[in-house]
Design a protein around this ligand. Sequence first.
Ligand SMILES: NC(=O)c1ccc[n+]([C@@H]2O[C@H](COP(=O)([O-])OP(=O)(O)OC[C@H]3O[C@@H](n4cnc5c(N)ncnc54)[C@H](OP(=O)(O)O)[C@@H]3O)[C@@H](O)[C@H]2O)c1
Length: 302
Amino acid sequence: MRALLVDSSAKAGFRLGEVADPTPAPNQVLVEVKAISLNYGDASGGYSVEDGKVNGWDAAGVVVKAAADGSGPEVGARVVTFGFGGGGWAQLRAVDTAELAVLPDNVDFAQAAALPVAAVTALRALRRFGSVLGRRVLITGAAGGVGRFGVQLAAQSGAHVIASVGSAGRGDGLKELGAAEVIVGVEGLAGPLHGVLDNVGGPNQVVAYGLLTEDGSIQSIGATSGEPAVYPPYSTVGPHGRVEGFMMGGGLGEDLAYVSSLVGAGKLDVEIGYQGSWENFEDAIAALLGRKVVGKAVLDVS
Ligand SMILES: NC(=O)c1ccc[n+]([C@@H]2O[C@H](COP(=O)([O-])OP(=O)(O)OC[C@H]3O[C@@H](n4cnc5c(N)ncnc54)[C@H](OP(=O)(O)O)[C@@H]3O)[C@@H](O)[C@H]2O)c1
């Protein structure tokens, strides 16, 4: 089969090449992949598997072989899938039945492929705040994959959502998705903050920390700013909230079914800011890492 393979000598860190078809374990289905999405983490090579292996966490397609242990969907089912070890950016993917969901008929493969890492991260991080009803929640990197889903899910949960973006134009459409305020960086940011979905890190995290309620938390999801968050002496002493390390984890099946159902019901918008053939993967990766993509970058697999 053809696949996007890790190649540390290649320009974007990957190449399209031929590898053996995967052999599914008893608890895995084999999926013919139709669409994949790029995440900051896998596209940047930050969590790549070794050279020659298939990269990619998110993929959607059709089951072509059911799991030998009887778990999971039958042949022909349309599914969305996840695997942290990679394996998604390929014509065929063997995937654990605990890491997939069957799609509603009206959710297409491109929309589905956009969901696993970005939407489930937003969902799981948001849950850590407890109730956000009537509470102020800041989302940094709000124009990105995790951010746009975070804005919508937080607003639907009753939060007053403050969406922070890198530059003015990047905030387009976020109010329509439910943001009460759209700000650039931390310009005009006011407290109190009950929760922060922090995709960007750096100095802005320190500012947000100073506005946290005592029982509030920052979910440290990512650090795309590439800058250190330097906490001045005594700024962390006293009745402050918490900075918590966040990791999405596995066992996505139930949450994938939930976010897919929201998309099918028209309650979760999937903004695909870049869509094209996987032959154009270098262009897609450059656009994503160059902050040119609003929402998600999705590639069609052929
Ligand atoms: N811990 C976990 O389990 C987990 C799960 C998912 C993602 N992540 C991490 O979360 C982060 C966001 O992921 P994603 O998929 O949403 O990425 P994405 O779609 O590429 O979005 C990244 C966002 O970061 C902002 N950004 C990029 N470079 C920046 C800079 N130099 N200064 C300030 N802002 C910058 C961009 O803002 P503008 O668009 O406004 O320019 C963009 O909205 C990444 O670090 C990713 O690795 C972690």
